[in-house]
Design a protein around this ligand. Structure first.
Ligand code: RRO
Length: 284
């Protein structure tokens, strides 16, 4: 049993926001009950269509995305997506995003009334939207202000998801914890860009996007290690984890749990394989 800020999990392996939808498609392919926790795709107060295509492209050791926070909004989440997830014996952590502090507060407060929601992951690190998102996570004052306001609106465990697109992630980590975050998850995607040399055009419609996958693992390991030196709250490590060895590396760097993201697109069984593979390392 793993306990992250009061969220009780069978193992330390979660699926990362935005790579697992709301579980429905994956439920036909893997046993969701085996997962440590499910983190949903980001929820905003109102539905969002997301960015225009193309909004995904492959890169040598990962992928770029610019989805732009596409989701059906809080109402559909509570009426359709959450009831589906309630059928499983796995903690649901809802990733919450917004354009304003008031939006984060309203979504978080409403989710607190749902017994199936076991925690909130505050997305202050989406690199692909013009308003809100990463803007909150690259400035310590904005991080603190947002988390303080959300903290006052909910008793649910709050996990702040940090952006790697900063000079010193420890400054943001400390601001998040001082404002009341119970845990930190890191890292979200690294801002990147790719150009098609045949068309001479950017490969993403929004030009820049978030880089994920094995390419970012050493950056993530470094940041988890740096943050672990300065905060006492649990850290959830994310970034290019493809197998149990990668996951164990994050635990050695100071993480208490991990999230699997891009690897879900390569092999849907990755989280299950990592859960089984980690047992060997945890026993030593
Ligand atoms: O939807 C996205 O474009 C997106 C989000 Br919200 C995020 O947090 N991280 C990311 O890489 N893409």
């Amino acid at each position: 049993m793993v306990d992250i800020a009061g969220i009780k999990m069978k193992n330390p392996v979660m699926v990362a926001s935005g790579t697992f939808g709301y579980g429905e498609e994956y439920s036909e392919l893997i046993d969701l009950n085996k997962l440590g926790a499910i983190v949903t795709k980001s929820i905003t107060l109102n539905p969002r269509p997301g960015n225009p295509p193309p909004r995904i492209c492959e890169t040598p050791a990962g992928m770029l995305n610019s989805i732009g926070l596409q989701n059906d909004g809080l109402k559909v989440f509570i009426e359709k997506q959450l009831p589906f997830l309630s059928k499983f014996d796995v903690p649901v952590i809802v990733n919450v995003a917004g354009e304003t502090i008031d939006e984060y507060v309203e979504v978080s407060r409403t989710l607190s009334r749902e017994p199936m929601v076991k925690g909130i992951e505050l997305n202050i690190s989406c690199p692909n939207v013009k308003k809100g998102g990463m803007a909150f996570g690259i400035d310590p004052k904005a991080t603190k202000e947002l988390i303080e306001e959300v903290r006052a609106s909910t008793k649910l465990p709050l996990i702040a998801k940090l952006s790697p697109n900063v000079t010193d992630i420890t400054v943001i980590a400390k601001a998040a914890v001082s404002a009341g975050a119970d845990a930190l998850s890191l890292i979200n995607t690294v801002l990147g860009m790719a150009i098609d040399i045949k068309t001479k055009k950017p490969k993403l419609a929004t030009v820049t996007g978030g880089l994920s996958g094995p390419a970012i693992k050493p950056i993530a390991i470094r940041m988890v290690w740096q943050v672990a030196q300065v905060v006492k709250v649990p850290i959830i490590g994310i970034g290019g984890i493809m197998n149990a060895e990668d996951a164990y590396e994050f635990l050695l760097a100071g993480a208490s749990a991990v999230q699997i993201g891009t690897a879900n697109f390569v092999d849907v069984e990755t989280p299950i394989k990592i859960i089984e593979g980690l047992n060997k390392y945890m026993a030593t």
